[in-house]
Design a protein around this ligand. Sequence first.
Ligand SMILES: [Zn+2]
Length: 164
Amino acid sequence: MTKQSSFDKVEYVDSKSDDWGNKDIVNAMMPLILDRLRKKAGTPLVITRGAHIKGHNPNGDHPKGWGADIYFPKLAFLNAVNIVEDFLLSEENSIYGFLLDDLCSLGIYPDWKPVGGFHLGFRGHKARWGRIDNKDYMDQHYPDRKHNYVSLGTALNYFNSIGV
Ligand SMILES: [Zn+2]
C-alpha cells in the first residue's frame, strides 16, 4: 500500500521547517487542512509536533499521524481561537457535507509559551478539550482533580480570568 503524501500540494506548510515527526505516517489531510488554516489566518502558523509517538497516548492523534500541535506566533491567543473555530465551522472547508468541526479534534492550551496553542486532529469525529497548566488555579478551582484537562470552555474562561 502506498501512502499518499500531500506535502507537495500545499503552499505554506513546510515538511522541513515544521516538526512533523514521522512524515511517512502523516495523514494526507493534515498538511492540507493546516495549509488552508494558515492561509485563512494570514499570519505564520508553527507546527510544533506532528506524527510523534514518544510522550503521547498511543491511542491519541499524534501516533496515528492525524494530529498536530500548533500556534500562531504573531496572534493574540483569543484571536487565534476565533480564527480556528471559524475555520472549522466554515462551509467552504466542508468535506462530503461534513464541517471540519464535526470531523476534527480540537484542544486548547492557553498556558503554552510564548503564546497559547492548539491541538488539531483529523480524527473523523468531534472532540474538544482544554488544558490548564496553572497549578494554583487548578488547586483553587478543582482541588479534587487529578489531571489538568478541562472542557474547552473552561480553559477559555480561565484564560479570560487571568487577563493575559
Ligand atoms: Zn497534540
